[in-house]
Ligand binder design. Structure first.
Ligand SMILES: Cc1cc2nc3c(=O)[nH]c(=O)nc-3n(C[C@H](O)[C@H](O)[C@H](O)COP(=O)(O)O)c2cc1C
Ligand code: SF4
Length: 426
């Protein structure tokens, strides 16, 4: 069942503005946080076990702990690029509750001693940009941003930055370069941004949902937060569900929630007469699950990793038997080829090669050995590049071919999709 913590007031339009937000307890947690020691906030976030919601699931409190203790200026950067196909939860959070994000960011900035933060919003999100900019103005007018916030002695400035709609700017080092006015190309790590980030200064990059969740950890306490989720994946998570379900949308459920319940209960199940074929559980870069695996999966970092997939950004793409896996992989490969920044040979050439091979199969000109070639190329693309975009393209390619090989081979032999027959015979 849905547990609405972050999304509790999302059905109320008033929650978007400062007055409406305050009516529901907005900024009370900031006032509470500013009376604590920054170290206490950091410890609570660590103890709550909050894991970054941007894809990798790295513990937020541990990341904050990497900042050097040398008094250097440090920046907080909110990753609102949301480029992973299938993901649309950050947009909802920014548009329904911009002050919730600002409050979470202020508490986080106070905890890490940061005087300045940026919200990097993807270029296509005009509406999110407008709403967040308005909320920041409201917060400045109310003395919630700027100098000596709520008389605490803590000062903080916040700004927004609109990207140009490149997927690679969602990668943290690419995002930092873009914010600096350079090409949005990732850099080799280490040094990690916590040591050397924006303008060469220590920088914490966190996802919208991670930063918003900080507020609830401080508001309700560690135990209340840990009441939800599993031991290693505590808390709730927003899942963006799309594809062949009756009610696509964003749902907040505890981590560890059964995937089949998310589909059946929250999303109202599949369209009448259709059978589940596959599920991509964590955005287009996550390896696909078969219908049988999806029945057993729970939505937490551990279970999905054990199944050879990942929770990623929490974008669940549901695929029924009317969909062709060759068709889907064709779209996915084209995306990653288009979005590769081109710095690394395995990524630049590999994504192009995969796109070309799958396009050939899709066009009916594929050869049987192409199916094996997809596997070989994918295997050579993983773990050999500056950032994880190369893996993000290789992982779905490999899993699609491994788990739906027959469908690919049929396409090659017959020059057409087998799905048409499945649908016709249903
Ligand atoms: C190609 C690529 C694209 C990414 N896109 C996003 C994104 O759109 N949003 C996001 O929060 N993280 C994205 N990430 C992950 C970020 O690099 C980073 O790990 C994350 O923002 C950290 O926030 P978190 O610790 O709160 O998860 C991407 C990573 C890669 C490799
Ligand atoms: S892996 Fe791809 S996107 Fe990432 S830095 Fe290398 S070429 Fe660019």
């Amino acid at each position: 069942m849905e547990v609405k913590i972050l999304t509790e007031h999302y059905d109320k339009p008033e929650f978007q503005g400062l007055d409406g937000y305050k009516k529901h307890g907005g900024y009370e947690t900031l006032a509470k946080a500013l009376k604590l020691k920054p170290e206490e906030i950091k410890n609570q976030v660590k103890e709550a076990g909050l894991r970054g919601r941007g894809g990798a699931g790295f513990p937020t409190g541990v990341k904050w702990g990497f900042l050097p203790e040398n008094g250097e200026t440090r920046y907080l950067l909110c990753n609102a690029d949301e480029g992973e196909p299938g993901t649309f939860k950050d947009r909802l959070m920014m548009e329904r509750a911009p002050h919730q994000l600002i409050e979470g960011m202020l508490i986080s900035a106070f905890a890490i001693h940061s005087p300045k933060s940026y919200i990097y919003i993807r270029g296509e999100y005009f509406e999110s940009l407008r709403i967040v900019e308005k909320a920041i103005k409201e917060a400045y007018s109310a003395g919630l941003l700027g100098k000596n916030i709520l008389g605490s002695g803590f000062s903080h400035d916040m700004d927004v930055y609109s990207g140009a709609g490149a997927y690679i700017c969602g990668e943290e080092t690419g995002m930092i370069s873009s914010l600096e006015g350079k090409k949005g190309q990732p850099k080799l790590k280490p040094p990690f941004p916590a040591i050397e980030g924006y303008l060469g200064k220590p920088t914490i990059v966190n996802n919208v949902e991670s930063l918003a969740a900080v507020k609830y950890i401080i508001r309700d306490g560690v135990q209340a937060y840990r009441k939800y989720g599993t031991e290693k994946s505590p808390g709730t998570k927003l899942f963006s569900v799309s594809g062949n379900v009756m009610k696509p949308g964003t749902y907040e459920v505890p981590l560890g929630y059964p995937l089949k319940d998310l589909i059946e209960v929250e999303c109202g199940g599949l369209k009448p007469g259709r059978k589940l074929k596959a599920v991509i559980p964590g955005g287009s870069s996550a390896p696909v699950l078969t219908a049988e695996e999806a029945q057993r999966a729970t939505m937490d970092y551990e279970c999905l990793a054990q199944m050879g997939s990942m929770l990623g950004s929490g974008a669940v793409i549901v695929i029924d038997d009317s969909n062709c896996m060759v068709d889907l992989l064709h779209v996915i490969m084209h995306f990653y080829h288009h979005e590769s920044c081109g710095q690394c040979t395995p990524c630049r050439e590999g994504t192009g090669w995969l796109d070309k091979i799958v396009s050939g199969i899709h066009a009916g000109t594929g050869r049987l050995q192409d199916v094996q070639l997809i596997e070989q190329v994918s295997q050579h693309m993983m773990g050999r590049t500056i950032c994880a975009l190369s893996d993000a393209a290789a992982m779905p390619a490999l899993s699609f071919v491994e788990k739906f090989r027959e469908e690919f081979e049929f396409y090659v032999r017959e020059g057409r999709s087998r799905v048409k027959e499945v649908v016709a015979n249903a």
